[in-house]
Design a protein around this ligand. Structure first.
Ligand SMILES: Nc1nc2c(c(=O)[nH]1)N[C@H]1C(S)=C(S)[C@@H](COP(=O)(O)O)O[C@H]1N2
Ligand SMILES: [Mo]
Length: 319
């Protein structure tokens, strides 16, 4: 059954990437580079396409829409400077500690206000839709940003499969909280498990991605293996990592950062240079790897795609 907000979302215009923004070469080159890294496997270059299938971490992805042509951050930057508090609060701690996360076996429960609730094995999810590469900007609420080539599929594809009812107004995300795998749970810095939420039209928006990889391979643990949300027009903390449950709800769900500091982190958390964080300006950001700060753009530069979702809303009140 179609949901009211979906029509509104679909009625928006999207700016499709121009041919020059689509970079199949990059995907191909990454695969080549990965294959060349197969030490001693002399026959690998003879099996260009098939070889990927023998390595469970390589993902075939076609170029998707909405990708930015801005310079990508390096794999080292993307996997070495992280927020994943379940593995520590310092930026280098997830890279050092997340090796204890076990991304298989893994199931994602999709439930709540829908006609066809279902528990998906992660490997079923990987085949749900053709995987796409989406190069998105990520802007952290702390004032830094990166450009990341994600591999994934639209969250809307999954949600449509479980047939949301007309009462489904929001989507709640719950992530793994296993003290045996996650040393950071011993700290009370957040109310575990880490939870996040979106309004249903935000969740159905084609920009909203479930990422299962980056730079052409399965997600590194520190980036939220095996599956994480990517909502590029919102501050990074909305993009929950290592998701185990997706629940369609009638009421706006509680979210971990909002519970921790409601004055600082609202439910919407759209990137907005005009609404400062109570303790710092949100007017500029540092792109990781650059020296000078850049101006932060409303909706992280995705305004043409998403501004319509918020027409008529006071974004200072709904921050
Ligand atoms: N489960 C979980 N998800 C999370 C976080 C976290 O601490 N735990 N941190 C968030 C924050 S604040 C940011 S900026 C992004 C960072 O994603 P990245 O490390 O892949 O760049 O993940 C978000 N998702
Ligand atoms: Mo963040």
């Amino acid at each position: 059954m179609p949901i009211a907000c979906e029509e509104r979302t679909m009625a928006l215009r999207y700016d499709l990437p121009t041919a020059s923004e689509i970079t199949p070469e990059t995907v191909y080159l990454e695969r080549r580079r990965w294959m060349q890294g197969l030490a001693g496997l002399a026959l690998a270059p003879l099996l260009p396409e098939a070889t990927g299938a023998t390595n469970p971490s390589a993902l075939a992805a076609r170029p998707g829409r909405f990708s930015t042509s801005e310079t990508r951050n390096s794999l080292e930057q993307i996997t070495g400077y992280n927020n994943y508090y379940e593995f520590g609060t310092d930026k280098d701690e997830p890279a050092r500690n997340a090796h204890t996360l076990r991304p298989r076996p893994w199931a994602v429960i999709v439930e709540g206000e829908c006609e066809a609730p279902r528990t998906y094995d992660i490997d079923t999810l990987l085949k749900l839709a053709p995987l796409e590469e989406r190069v998105y900007r990520l802007r952290c609420v702390e004032g830094w940003s990166m450009v990341i080539p994600w591999v994934g599929f639209e969250l809307g594809t999954l949600l449509r499969q479980v047939k949301p009812t007309s009462r489904a107004k929001y989507v709640a995300f719950t992530t793994l909280a296993d003290p045996k795998q996650m040393p950071g749970l011993a700290s009370g810095v957040l109310d575990w498990p880490y939870t996040e939420g979106l309004r249903i039209d935000e969740a159905m928006h084609p920009l909203t991605l479930l990422a299962v990889g980056l730079y052409g391979k399965a997600l590194p643990n520190q980036n939220g293996a095996p599956i994480r949300l990517v909502v590029p027009w919102k501050y990074g903390f909305k993009s929950a990592k290592s998701i185990v449950r997706i629940r369609l709800t009638e009421q706006q769900p509680a979210t971990a950062w909002n519970k921790a500091a409601p004055q600082e982190y609202g439910f919407y958390s759209n990137v907005n240079p005009e609404v400062d964080h109570p303790r710092w300006s949100q007017g500029s950001e540092r792109r990781i790897g650059e020296l000078l700060r850049r101006k932060t753009v409303l909706f992280n530069g995705y305004g043409e795609q998403v501004a319509g979702l918020y027409r008529g809303m006071d974004l200072r009140r709904f921050y």
